[in-house]
Design a protein around this ligand. Structure first.
Ligand code: HEM
Length: 142
């Protein structure tokens, strides 16, 4: 029996990953709006500022979610093949978030963005990755 401390660490872990996933889902949406607000400079600037703040906030939140996950893994000794597969998918989610953040910085420099259609397609990738992460951690299939 792992006790209350384990339960609190896991509760906080899930709370912070939910908050991070909100940023992972929302940042590409902001990018689509930046790409579509081509000629509206004020709207575009407001969206770029929002994107930048969300990107910074997202990295901070991920850091805490990661430390809590490490505590579950290394302090409470919860591990298995499922965790390594989960971490691989989490790395892809982090790569997607970093890609979106870098595009916001590019837009801030006035550099061109991918087409809104491409950005919309890329917007769906985190959903698929999250389903994989949750199946692995809840089912622990291997
Ligand atoms: C998108 C990122 C992540 C999501 C959505 C996520 C989701 C979850 C969920 C829902 C649980 C509870 C599972 C259960 O009660 O059976 C959990 C537990 C856990 N997570 Fe994460 N996690 C994420 C990132 C991480 C990272 C980065 C690590 C490691 C550094 C990690 C390590 C763990 C461990 C060891 C557990 C404990 C499993 C258990 O107690 O059965 N997670 N995670």
């Amino acid at each position: 029996m792992l006790g209350t401390a384990y339960l609190w660490v896991k509760t906080l872990h899930v709370t912070f990953v939910i908050s991070w996933m909100a940023a992972v889902f929302y940042l590409p949406r902001i990018l689509v709006n930046i790409a579509e607000a081509r000629d509206e400079a004020a709207v575009r600037q407001r969206l770029i500022d929002m994107g930048r703040r969300l990107y910074r906030f997202g990295h901070f939140i991920f850091g805490i979610a990661f430390l809590l996950g490490l505590t579950l893994w290394l302090y409470f000794h919860i591990s298995g093949g499922w965790l390594y597969a989960k971490l691989a998918l989490v790395a892809l989610l982090l790569a997607h978030f970093t890609w979106a953040g870098r595009l916001v910085k590019r837009a801030a420099k006035g550099q061109p963005l991918p087409q809104p259609r491409t950005l919309r397609l890329m917007n769906e990738v985190p959903v698929l990755l999250l389903v994989g992460v949750l199946y692995l951690v809840l089912g622990k299939p291997f």
